[in-house]
Design a protein around this ligand. Structure first.
Ligand code: PRP
Ligand code: ZN
Length: 219
């Protein structure tokens, strides 16, 4: 391990659809790292770069607080957190450096099969279940729709069967989860893909060389 220099921290998703792609990308950048079974840090052996494996929801905050220099997560998560920071008066919580070529999915409404709802223009007075309340509320506001939003942190597709909501707004990739839960896809409100972000704080001189090198290699 190179210990003489300041080490760069890159946050990625701990376990999920982006994890393997992110590790592969960093390896393709030439990074060799050691990581014990179940360890949440991968230590770079040939570069002063460490990989932090965290919940994807935590990545924007870790980057914004300069705990991690770089992060990779879905545009959906970045946008939800950007709106959350904006509501607290914090603008530009991170620098979006680059959209990557994996993790493509869309955030879309979905309606129960056989429902009398099939279009977002009918959402007035309805309840929408989602893990992305701020993005959905922003959409409703822009389209002058008055609907309630109920937050689920996962398994949103169950909400209509539970009678908790009439409509959901969730990520769709293949569409298999919607079909399995008898939901019909409606309007897409956000297209997403994995993104590389950097802390908004100026990178200290002792780190710039390796941050730039890594960002260039990722590009
Ligand atoms: C995501 C998303 C959908 C599903 C979409 O869930 O929330 O449920 O994947 O993928 P598909 O269109 O290919 O079926 P995930 O598996 O990440 O679980 P979670 O919702 O509980 O976080
Ligand atoms: Zn899901």
């Amino acid at each position: 391990m190179i210990q003489t220099q300041a080490r760069i921290k890159v946050a990625i998703q701990k376990n999920g659809r982006l994890t393997e792609h992110c590790l592969e990308l960093l390896q393709q950048c030439g990074l060799k790292y050691s990581r014990g079974r179940d360890q949440l840090i991968g230590y770079g052996e040939n570069m002063p770069v460490d990989i932090l494996l965290v919940r994807d929801d935590d990545i924007p905050g870790l980057v914004r607080d300069d705990v991690c220099d770089l992060g990779i997560c879905g545009f959906n998560v970045l946008e939800e957190k950007r709106l959350a920071f904006a509501s607290k008066g914090i603008s530009k919580p991170f620098k979006l450096l680059q959209k990557l070529d994996y993790g493509q999915c869309r955030l879309a409404f979905a309606y129960p099969e056989g429902s009398n709802l099939s279009d977002a223009s009918q959402l007035n007075g309805e309840t929408i279940a989602t893990s992305y309340p701020r993005i959905v509320e922003d959409y409703l506001k822009r389209h002058k729709l008055k609907a309630s939003v109920v937050e689920f942190s996962g398994a949103v597709e169950i909400a209509p069967s539970l009678g908790r909501a009439q409509v959901i707004c969730d990520l769709v990739s293949t569409g298999a989860t919607l079909a399995a839960n008898r939901l019909v896809e409606g309007e897409t409100i956000l297209q997403s893909v994995a993104c590389l972000v950097q802390t908004p704080i100026d990178i200290p001189p002792e780190k710039t060389e390796w941050v730039n090198r890594l960002v260039e290699r990722i590009a």
